[in-house]
Design a protein around this ligand. Sequence first.
Ligand code: TRP
Ligand code: SF4
Length: 400
Amino acid sequence: MYADRVLSGMRPTGSLHLGHYHGVLKNWTKLQHEYECLFFVADWHALTTHYDNPLGIEQATWEMVIDWLAAGVDPSKATLFIQSQVIEHAELHLLLSMMTPLGWLERVPTYKDQQEKLTEKDLSTYGFLGYPLLQSADILIYRANQVPVGEDQVPHIEFSREIARRFNHLYGKEPGYEEKAEAAVKKLGGKKAKLYQELRTRYQQEGVEEALESAHALLGETQNLSLGDKERLYGYLEGGGKMILTEPQALLTAASRMPGLDGQKMSKSYNNTISLREEPDAVSKKIRTMPTDPARVRRTDAGSPDRCPVWQLHQVYSGDDVRGWVMQGCTTAGIGCIECKQPVIDAVLKELAPIQERARAYTEEPDTVKNIIDDGCEKARDLARETMRDVREAMGLSYG
Ligand code: TRP
Ligand code: SF4
């Protein structure tokens, strides 16, 4: 029950580029071997900013799913689905909205940032303010405890933790909770019970995170407790009631910042991308016409890789030998820029070849893609329904 479950979502932006590949997808393909993984298309999130023009979202969703698969996300390992096809997300979002203080939402840094950045849009909407809460529902409904996201999303994960904590605090208390929890502690048996109490005190009075972790480990290996008692004891550690919703954590990986063709971060809005399905000729041309060190006007001028965006691509794609060759050749005018770019062109084409091969296959078989998503949605729905049963019960909405 407390094993690691990974969940992540991406807004449907259509076909993806090398920035997505190096920044996100490569990581997903690794995680799928290490954890139970759920990856979904956050199409409702796209509506928060594109409510005035929703018609492209469906097409963008399918393009993006094809790119996930092409990049090596494996549907036999990870569950792939579309947010709006698991409507339970909306129910949880609604129920959580009842107990979400407005101030918490207004304080999320992306709220004001995005409003200031996207001035061409009117983002003074209820949906946009609620963006982080919808994201919390996405995460909490699967009791996912690890959420791989970029730096910019960390406040949203923290927000989700606070929502989970508040929910558990408000609704996790059953009648006679303290007595039941104390009785469950006794059932642990002498030594373990004592250790549990010590760890609980250390965590609650001194805030020692390791004490909490040790206590979780202790409970994890305990076998003589009922599921209900175990849940009580997990909740009791943190002072609240039962843990109905799991507090998630951001899973940050050493961010590989993918430089774009102009040396800025690769991003559609900078118009400096190479898309995963870019034709090989277009890839070569884009790299051949990339700007280089502005000081190298003529072939005979020596250059400085530190001032050149091509050098940044060598950091991603070249080994020590090639980099040494560039450094030496550039600073002595021993090589020309076209020559310098060739190993990057070769490496990008080599990286893209298998991705494009798979993309072609999936594009030719849209039914296969639809089936993968149908299966994924079904699996996701089963998990979401389980959580919603507990949530409704905790909030007195079972009507059973
Ligand atoms: N907000 C995320 C982004 O813009 C996308 C997202 C929506 C998400 N729901 C999520 C990411 C749940 C992780 C978990 O990138
Ligand atoms: Fe840039 Fe290479 Fe030209 Fe030097 S030789 S300026 S590193 S492209």
